[in-house]
Write a protein that binds this ligand. Structure first.
Ligand SMILES: Nc1ncnc2c1ncn2[C@@H]1O[C@H](COP(=O)(O)OP(=O)(O)OP(=O)(O)O)[C@@H](O)[C@H]1O
Length: 255
C-alpha cells in the first residue's frame, strides 16, 4: 500500500507545527524522517497513523493491504510499551485477541513472528527479564503480528546503547529483506537514517516543512556502518541540518 501526504498543515493553539508537508511513500519502501528537535516529526507520524487529524491536508492510503492484514498501520515506539505482567507471547497475543482471533490462529502467528524476530526461546519470559534490545524486538514482533501495510516507527532505537542499536538495525534490514514492508521511520540519528531509509525526508526547524528528500540507491542489504559513501551522506545531512538543529536546541534551553 502506498501512502500519499498532501500539504499536511497543523497548529497547536497559535503555534504552527507542520507547514504543507507533501510526500509519497511507495509500497515496500522505508522513508526516514529527520529534522531538528521539536520540528514536528512525531506529530507528522501521528497524523499518518490517524492518531490525530491535520488542520489542513490529507493522508491518503492507495492500494491493497497485504493478505491477512489486521491493522493497515501500526506503531513501534521508543519506550516499547509492553505490559509488564504479560509474557512475550502474551503481549503479542493481546493485539490478536483484540481482533477476535482464536487460539490456534493466534499461536500460529505468534510462532511465526517470534521466529522472524529471533525470540522463539523467550516466549514465556516477562518483559523485566529482557534487555532493552529484546524488549524492542518484542514490540517489533507485536507490530508484525497484525501483518500491517505500513509500520510507523518513532525513534524505536533511541533508548538503546550503540551496540544494541547496530544489532537491531541488522534485524530490521533482515526483516525487511525477507518480507519488504512500507515504513515511516522517525529518528534523530543520522546513522540510522542512512542505514535504513530508501529515502530520507529532511524537515526544517518548526514549523516543519520539507527541506529536501534524499534518495539512497544502494540496497538496504548492502549497507554497512562505516561505509565511506554512507558516512559522506551522513555528513551532508548534518551540514543541511546543523545550524537549525543548534538553534532548535538553544530554543529548548531557553524555555
Ligand atoms: N498534543 C500537543 N499539544 C500541544 N503541543 C504539542 C503537542 N504535541 C506536540 N506539541 C508541540 O509541537 C511541537 C512538535 O512536537 P513533536 O513531538 O512532533 O516534534 P519532534 O520533531 O518529534 O520533536 P523531538 O525531535 O524533540 O522528538 C513541539 O513544540 C511540541 O511541544
Amino acid at each position: 500500500m502506498d501512502l500519499s501526504l498532501n500539504k499536511i498543515t497543523h497548529r497547536y493553539g497559535d503555534m504552527l507545527v507542520l507547514d504543507e508537508i507533501s510526500l509519497n511513500i511507495p509500497d515496500g519502501e522505508i522513508l526516514c524522517v529527520i529534522g531538528p528537535s521539536g520540528c514536528g516529526k512525531s506529530t507528522l507520524l501521528r497524523m499518518i497513523g490517524g492518531l490525530e487529524r491535520p488542520d489542513q491536508g490529507q493522508v491518503t492510503q492507495v492500494g491493497e493491504v497485504p493478505q491477512g492484514c489486521l491493522n493497515p498501520l501500526t506503531f513501534v515506539f521508543q519506550d516499547f510499551a509492553l505490559l509488564p505482567w504479560r509474557t512475550v507471547a502474551g503481549n503479542i497475543s493481546l493485539v490478536l485477541e483484540d481482533h477476535g482471533l482464536k487460539g490456534g490462529e493466534i499461536d500460529r502467528i505468534i510462532t511465526d513472528v517470534l521466529v522472524r524476530t529471533k525470540l522463539s526461546d523467550f516466549s514465556d519470559a516477562l518483559p523485566r527479564q529482557l534487555s532493552g534490545g529484546m524488549k524492542q524486538r518484542v514490540a517489533i514482533a507485536r507490530a508484525l503480528a497484525v501483518n500491517p501495510a505500513v509500520m510507523l516507527l518513532d525513534e524505536p532505537l533511541s533508548a538503546l546503547d550503540a551496540q544494541t542499536r547496530e544489532l537491531l538495525m541488522d534485524d530490521l534490514v533482515g526483516l525487511w529483506a525477507r518480507q519488504p514492508f512500507t515504513g515511516v521511520y522517525v529518528t534523530h540519528n543520522l546513522a540510522e537514517a542512512v542505514r535504513l531509509g530508501h529515502r530520507i525526508a529532511v524537515l526544517s526547524r518548526r514549523p516543519g516543512c520539507i527541506r529536501e528528500v534524499i534518495e539512497i540507491d544502494r540496497p538496504l542489504t548492502e549497507r554497512r556502518t562505516g561505509d565511506p559513501e554512507l558516512e559522506a551522506l551522513q555528513k551532508r545531512l548534518w551540514d543541511l541540518m546543523r545550524e537549525e538543529a543548534l538553534a532548535a536546541d538553544q530554543e529548548l534551553l531557553n524555555v
